[in-house]
Write a protein that binds this ligand. Sequence first.
Ligand code: ADP
Length: 786
Amino acid sequence: MFSIFKRSKEQTSARELKKYYKTVEQINKLEAIYSPMSDDELRNMTFTFKERLENGEQLNDIIPDAFAVVREASKRVLNMRHFDVQLIGGLVLTEGNIAEMPTGEGKTLVASLPSYVRALEGKGVHVITVNDYLAKRDFELIGQIHRFLGLTVGLNVPMMEPTAKKEAYNADITYGVGTEFGFDYLRDNMAHTIGDKVQRPYHFAIIDEVDSVLIDEAKTPLIIAGKMGANEELHRIAAMLAKRFKPEEDYDFDDETKATSLTDQGIEKVEAAFGIDNLYDLDHQTLYHYVIQAVRAHVMFELDVDYIVRDDKIELVDMFTGRIMEGRSLSDGLHQAIEAKEGVTITEENKAQAQVTIQNYFRMYPKLSGMTGTAKTQEKEILEVYGMRVIQIPTNRPRRRVDQPDLVFEKIEQKYEYVAQEALRRHEKGQPVLIGTTSILQSEKVASYLKKYGLDFQLLNAKTVEQEVELISEAGQKSRITVATNMAGRGTDIVLGDGVEELGGLFVIGTEKHESRRVDNQLRGRSGRQGDLGESQFILSLEDDMFKRFAKDDVEKFRKKMTTNDIGVVQNKEVTELIERTQRIVEGAHFSMREYNLKLDDVINDQRRIVYDLRDKVLKNEDIIPLLIRMMYETVDFAVRENAPEDKDVIEWDFDKMEKTVNSLFIEPVIVNRDETKVKNLLDAMDPPVKQLKAVIESFEENEQIMSVIPKVMLSYIDHMWVKHLEQMAHLKEGIGLRHYQQEDPMRIYQREGLELFGKNYQELRRTIVEELVAFMKNITMNVEE
Ligand code: ADP
């Protein structure tokens, strides 16, 4: 009962949908106007719309006509006429919300509407897909509509030449994968000339499979790294230590925040192993870092689940697709720690030069929108973080998939036996079966049971995207059995083979509940597309990972009153409640973890914006001289305030340091009168040299040589500062785990100290820039005078 109540609360009401239906009615009426038009007349509408917008009309004024034009174009070039519900989806996207539409409802075609309308504004639209294959497919297919209507369409894929990238970004509509857009952003902010930048300012993005992009893939940040040699020996010793460590006795690990710290006993062991007497000594910071990473490699990463060892290399596994993440590696020495753990060759370490999370990348768009089959359960989070609402769009045809109640076995072997037997039964009558798992390891387990029954099947482990798409798209063929992790081949249509509909359509078996109901729904959604017949069932056991990890005591209690039938199926109805409760706990834990990480990242995010803004000004060579003068003033001001704090006594002021700092800038040194007691007077004393310096900086403008050097010098210092700052922030993050016992919220510590660190580094950056440029100028003038 509880679940029904819950579900109804999560549904979009008919009342909410009413306003969309009104617009749909308008669009339908307009068909009579646009369908008699010639191709040229239709194409001309694009210019008419653009003009109307330029003349101050709002998007809403042109939406019905623009939608009607796109539908007409689609009829002519693709022979597909948008269903009414697809128009609703398009309306929801255009206004910057999420359209929840089950698989097979034609989301690809839906995207043609908002991308057209928002491209009319002339600032570019990004259409984000989950892989390059889909980006190319949509670019080619849906792009036909837009090209027909006179818009340009671009495709952004990895490894493209900068000129090609720029062209793709300058198109009205650009297709590509989210991570590549994020990497382009980072690379643009490492560019040395403004001409090297490929992106335009952000305007509007449509994210396909939006939940998987913003929620599932948001855990690993995008990092551009430079290589540096790792200390192999240290990694190996640290790995050995970590192997011998016992949880809680030697180290603490917080499952939720991933905070890792050593206990006193652990610290003593490290000190003994390396023959040092105080690990907390600043000199041993690196050592501490290696040990912590070794512990993490040990507790957070499991062989054949999170990574595999192949050809003397560690290859990371995408836990959602079960696919190898080609070329991806962990940063900050974690990858090397795993290499040491597995005894393979230790590679060079990646040092982050630029990083951003997918979430923070997309939050830079003034307006976002998205499509997915499953987001309603996550609406609160999506609304909080991205300001998007989730609107459920009615299906074009009524849904005919039957979702069977979960079947729960007492023992895990009983579960797999049953899964294989059930697959056999369905297979024998010709019905296709898709078995979903939560990891590669589990896929292999299922495979071994299927083999036992002599069944032929397709296993989608460690396959390329193309292979995956191909195998998944064939999963609806007669008698076919396919084993895949839940997310494999997402976005691929499973079309039923001949005669399969009569056999009940595709039968989907889930072998474990996923960490979120959303992902379970995705798996079910593989079946019953566009009103097809279909069936789904989760076959579970009380020994499943989820129960072991999150509901040990509950299950223990439950076992006492439980009864099972002869094959081990739990008979008590309360088991449903147990599953739901556990899943809710897991969802909650994951949500707080994402929230925590986002908060952590927010600290760096604000700083990144400041640094990148500064960088941009320099790249554009805009008002460089006033900028330098401002930096100079701030440096002097800071030197005074830092060394002569108002809240301290004059005796405590550090005049020497103050003089040293400012005189490194000034042409003629200032000697501060130490009898003066007020800060105001201190600044007055510096007024003449400041004025002199200002004049020197202003004179830069007349010197071509120095004007050409300034941006280069500034850029190199900015970039250097940012890399160093990122590293220090990473160490700070690591360190906050250490402070557990300080009874202070680690987040607060991180926020406060992160801010301080940035203030310090930014101040140093300003001072160095001014100092270097003045020194450079002095040199030139001296050479001239000689
Ligand atoms: P989704 O991404 O929502 O799962 P797809 O975009 O893959 O769905 O579309 C599913 C199938 O439906 C595709 O074969 C597509 O060509 C077809 N389709 C979508 N919209 C229409 C339409 N309006 N008329 C005819 N066929 C359509």
